[in-house]
Design a protein around this ligand. Structure first.
Ligand code: PLP
Length: 377
């Protein structure tokens, strides 16, 4: 089956009891035990497993071309778990890219995790520099986020996964911004692909969920399954059901997000109040060729720098009418956000940078909205 067909059929079937085409939501927390002690359909208690979660995990496994998927109550719960389950025998050193979702930096700097691991950041667009960092000390895990949030840097997944493999490290790719429609890290050599399902996969800004898809069976995967039910940061049946509804239109939505993002990026790159546009679909983006190699298209996320400082950027963010000034990405609504105000002291984002998540509105309305907002600077 091809992507769009799997997105609609993988992990699902017509309900054998009612004939319902749409999978019912199973809210029951517990399941009847037979006299012989067995459970007829393999479900015992919904923290351990439940039909909606199982369907979602099967579907995401198929979409990422993986071996198995473990879901969590948020993207951050998935990230915490994959970091915590590093083998006891693996070095406790994690190499991070120099631009990434700042929530991961908060996790690594401001929680107990910071005491358990050595965190090093590297410019992963410079493979020789990365190699030096990885070879300088035993490394357990290399984290990749591409396109990165919010500076939209592109990392060569295949090349970094090779460096990781040669040095005995595990590669995890946060594939949230690309989605499995545009990029499949596991086929490029990564060990795990991770998603904030909250974003494009859910697609409607109405659920919170995280997923890790593993390429193959491993002790890390087995521990991840144990973490899921034993630590209990599991997604609700309703959120799994919403994610399964959302994923059915993922490919169609990504086509519109991407087509509109290209038009917006071109408009901004020609505007005299704009200093720089960061979108991998623009031929002058430093990661354009790598993105063209490893992605089937360039996605719906971009950032741009307004000429001037944070004051000019905030003037634009405050002047939009159709874009909503809000955090998050990947929804039907278009969002604009001044990242350095949100990320505060942890930010590496330039003060004049605004991130755009291009939604599904008519692109001409989006361009006109940005045009009138830029006029106010
Ligand atoms: N990864 C990326 C790239 C993100 O942008 C986010 C959230 O913004 C997360 C992970 C965390 O996901 P969640 O908000 O579902 O916990």
């Amino acid at each position: 089956m091809r992507f769009e067909t799997k997105a609609i059929h993988a992990g699902r079937q017509v309900d054998p009891v009612t004939g319902a085409v749409t999978t019912p939501i199973h809210l029951s927390t517990t399941y009847e035990r037979s006299h012989d002690g067995s459970y007829t359909d393999g479900f015992m208690y919904s923290r351990g497993d439940n039909p909606n979660r199982r369907s979602l995990e099967e579907c995401l496994t198929a979409l990422e071309e993986g071996h198995d998927c473990v879901t969590f109550s948020s993207g951050m719960a998935a990230i915490t778990s994959i970091i915590e389950v590093l083998h006891e025998d693996k070095p406790r050193r994690i190499v991070l890219p120099d631009d990434m979702y700042f929530g991961v930096l908060t996790l690594l700097n401001e929680t107990d995790i910071s005491k358990k691991f050595d965190i090093v950041s590297a410019d992963m667009t410079n493979l020789n520099a990365l190699k030096d960092v990885v070879e300088s000390e035993p490394t357990g895990l290399i984290w990749i986020e591409t396109p990165s949030n919010p500076q939209i840097k592109i990392i060569d997944i295949e090349a970094v996964a090779e460096i990781a493999k040669a040095n005995g490290a595990v590669t995890v790719v946060d594939n949230t911004t690309a989605t499995p429609v545009l990029q499949n890290p596991l086929t490029l050599g990564a060990d795990f692909a991770l998603h904030s399902v909250t974003k494009y996969i859910g697609g409607h800004s109405d659920l919170l969920l995280g997923a890790v898809v593993a390429k193959e069976e491993s002790e890390m995967l087995e521990r991840l399954r144990t973490w899921q039910h034993a630590k209990g940061a599991v997604p609700s049946s309703f959120d799994c059901w919403l994610a399964l509804r959302g994923v059915q239109s993922l490919s169609a939505r990504m086509s519109v997000h991407t087509a509109s993002a290209k038009i917006v990026a071109e408009f901004l790159s020609q505007h005299d109040k704009v200093e720089a546009v960061h979108y991998p679909g623009l031929p002058d983006h430093p990661g354009h060729d790598i993105a063209a190699k490893q992605m089937s298209d360039f996605g719906g996320l971009m950032s741009f720098q307004v000429k001037g400082s944070d004051a000019e950027a905030l003037t634009v963010a405050n002047a939009v009418n159709i874009f909503t000034q809000a955090t998050s990405l990947g929804g039907t609504h278009s969002y604009i956000e001044h990242r350095s105000s949100v990320e505060k002291e942890l930010t590496k984002a330039p003060q004049n940078l605004l991130r755009l998540s291009i939604g599904l509105e008519n692109v001409h309305d989006l361009v006109e909205d940005l045009e009138q907002a830029l006029d106010q600077v």
